[in-house]
Design a protein around this ligand. Structure first.
Ligand code: RIB
Length: 302
């Protein structure tokens, strides 16, 4: 069984259904509000475990009811939780998701305990990282811990996947040089490369720039248009499945967790893995919420 380690965030998501984003100074009535498990790290870990991989999650929660709610879901899904620790001061992470009628979202984050993950927390999980097939991280947890984890991974030929989200303009060169596959969406790619990805040509240009920054394999996800893979001067496009979108939250996270679970260690089957990930992601956008929308592998058929 594939062994995956995810270093990342845990958030309780409050989803606010609104007709459109409010204008500055405007008061607006909401349609509905609901709560669901989220956090980019947790979503990716759940996607990987539901895709059939043995998945260990390195994360932090607060000492509160939100933590109980999140840990309960992880337990039901069979995530390995030994390296999820508790910070006695900061609260469990929270996200406030403004979800419009077209299923598009804008997200506000309270980092809380996610921001207290340290290099020592990563060191405690050294053995597990060393023995993994793949390590995944994002930018909702501290950068120095991610760097430490990627260093351990690359010293042991573990495949590293970086999801540079939320978007960041100043990614250290060191981290890029330790990354095997970078998976941004078009906005995150633009933040790093400065190239606005509006059409096929500009998406490829953005990927070429990321490649020149030192990452061997680049996958740019472009929502309902699909995803681009670029490596060694060659590109492949994987079309998205045409579905009616209810909520795009965790679509990218589902893609990444499934991608990691399906990838061979020599990365030779990346395009095949992307097709499977794309199917899983198309299923996630048809259900409201983050973790409750992530499908189980038996239901994902391509
Ligand atoms: O990628 C979606 C996630 O981003 C949400 O679940 C929210 O918690 C934020 O972290």
């Amino acid at each position: 069984m594939k062994k995956i380690v995810v270093l990342g965030s845990i958030n309780v998501d409050t989803i606010l259904n609104i007709p459109r984003l409010p204008l500055p100074g405007e008061t607006m009535a909401m349609g509905d509000q609901s709560t669901a498990g989220g956090g980019k790290g947790a979503n990716q870990a759940i996607a990987a475990v539901r895709a059939g991989a043995e998945t260990t999650f390195i994360a932090k929660v607060g000492q509160d009811h939100s933590a109980d709610f999140m840990l309960d879901t992880f337990k039901k899904d069979g995530l390995k939780m030994k390296y999820i620790t508790v910070d006695s001061e900061a609260g469990t992470g929270k996200a406030y998701i403004l979800l419009d009628e077209d299923g598009q979202n804008s997200i506000l984050i309270y980092g809380g305990a996610n921001q207290t993950i340290t290099v020592d927390d990563v060191e405690n999980a050294r053995d597990t990282i060393e023995n993994a097939d793949c390590l995944i991280a994002q930018f909702e947890t501290p950068l120095d811990a991610t760097l430490a984890a990627f260093q351990i991974a690359k010293q042991n030929d573990v495949v590293t996947i970086l999801n540079p989200a939320p978007a960041k303009t100043d990614i250290p060169q060191k981290l890029l040089s330790l990354t095997d596959i970078i998976v941004p969406n078009e906005t995150e790619a633009e933040a790093i490369t400065g190239v606005k990805a509006v059409d096929k040509k500009s998406i490829i240009n953005s990927a070429v720039k990321l490649n020149k920054l030192g990452v061997k394999c680049v996958i740019i996800t472009v929502g309902s248009r699909g995803s681009l893979y670029y490596t060694d001067g060659k590109e492949s496009f994987v079309d998205a499945y045409k579905v009616s979108t209810v909520d795009t939250t965790a679509a990218g996270d589902t893609f990444i967790g499934y991608l990691a679970a399906k990838l061979d260690s020599n990365l030779a089957n990346t395009v095949e893995a992307m097709k499977f990930a794309s199917k899983a992601s198309s299923m996630a956008v048809q259900v409201k919420g983050a973790q409750n929308s992530i499908p189980y592998v038996d239901d994902v058929k391509i």
